[in-house]
Design a protein around this ligand. Structure first.
Ligand SMILES: Nc1ncnc2c1ncn2[C@@H]1O[C@H](COP(=O)(O)OP(=O)(O)OP(=O)(O)O)[C@@H](O)[C@H]1O
Ligand SMILES: [Mg+2]
Length: 254
């Protein structure tokens, strides 16, 4: 069954057709990657799915329900969570507190009320804290809980970001370039964590430039070039695809 289905979606910025009639679906509990050169429209596509920008036309279905036109917080409540191309952790807060903030959308009382330990919210704050600790544990960063998040190494910040994105209990996780700026060891750890997240039954849609990461962990790959989908296949087939090789190597003889 497909969890996410994108049908003929279009986004124009003035005269630029950033996402041009793109359609594909993401099967439940799989990892799908979106690749393509800089400016291909990958982040724009994510912004369309998460409701951060409106589409000019086309449809997005999540669990067979249309979600285009909904506000980002509504889409988050449906079960889609995302991380951003540039890590956006809250400064002045520990790793644990950053994850606790992510628990907020489904909690009844506000996070700040919880922080002030009002009697009515005390139990809830305790539950949020427990859940955040479990998520840090899932991502193998329990020992970083009380360290200021923005002072951590980039690879560790990525793991905190994953934990925060998982705190809203999504069924679909959108990751925009999770390995950007990471060294090979940190990238290998990110690959392991994404696979671990998938094994928890969460579907992952991933934008990434690191081809070995993409080829290692993806079930399927969509290739965008100048806003258009030019290929969609299994990793082994994508590696052999002449058009894909051409756009990456710029080699007419490829
Ligand atoms: N808000 C915007 N206003 C105008 N143009 C935009 C806007 N956002 C993106 N673009 C343009 O749309 C095109 C697609 O951008 P997008 O960020 O989606 O590319 P990308 O595939 O994510 O690239 P990268 O790999 O560099 O992150 C680019 O030409 C970009 O300059
Ligand atoms: Mg991008």
């Amino acid at each position: 069954m497909s969890l996410l289905e994108i049908k003929n979606i279009n986004k124009r910025f003035g005269g630029l057709h950033a996402v041009n009639d793109v359609s594909f679906s993401v099967a439940e509990k799989t990892i799908k990657a979106v690749i393509g050169p800089n400016g291909a429209g990958k982040t724009t596509l994510f912004n369309l799915i998460s409701g951060n920008i409106p589409a000019n036309s086309g449809e997005v279905y999540f669990n067979n329900k249309p979600i285009q036109g909904l506000r980002p917080h509504q889409i988050a409540q449906y079960g889609i969570s995302r991380t951003f191309q540039n890590i956006k952790l809250f400064p002045g807060m520990s790793a644990l507190e950053n994850v606790m903030v992510g628990c907020h959308p489904k909690s009844k009382a506000g996070f700040l009320e919880g922080m002030f330990r009002l009697p009515s919210t005390w139990k809830e704050e305790k539950n949020i804290r427990k859940k955040a600790i479990e998520l840090l544990d899932l991502l193998d960063i329990t020992d970083l809980a009380h360290i200021e998040a923005t002072s951590l190494a980039f690879g560790q910040q990525r793991a905190v970001e994953f934990a925060r994105a998982l705190a809203s209990e999504p069924t679909l996780l959108l990751l925009d370039e999770p390995a950007a700026g990471l060294n090979i060891y940190e990238t290998a750890e990110v690959a392991r964590l994404i696979t671990k997240i998938q094994q928890r039954g969460i579907t992952v849609l991933l934008v990434e430039h690191d081809m070995s990461l993409v080829m290692d962990i993806s079930d399927e790959i969509v290739v965008l070039s100048f806003g258009r989908k030019i290929a969609e296949d299994h990793p082994a087939a994508i590696q052999q695809n002449k058009e894909v090789i051409q756009i990456y190597l710029g080699d007419d003889d490829a």
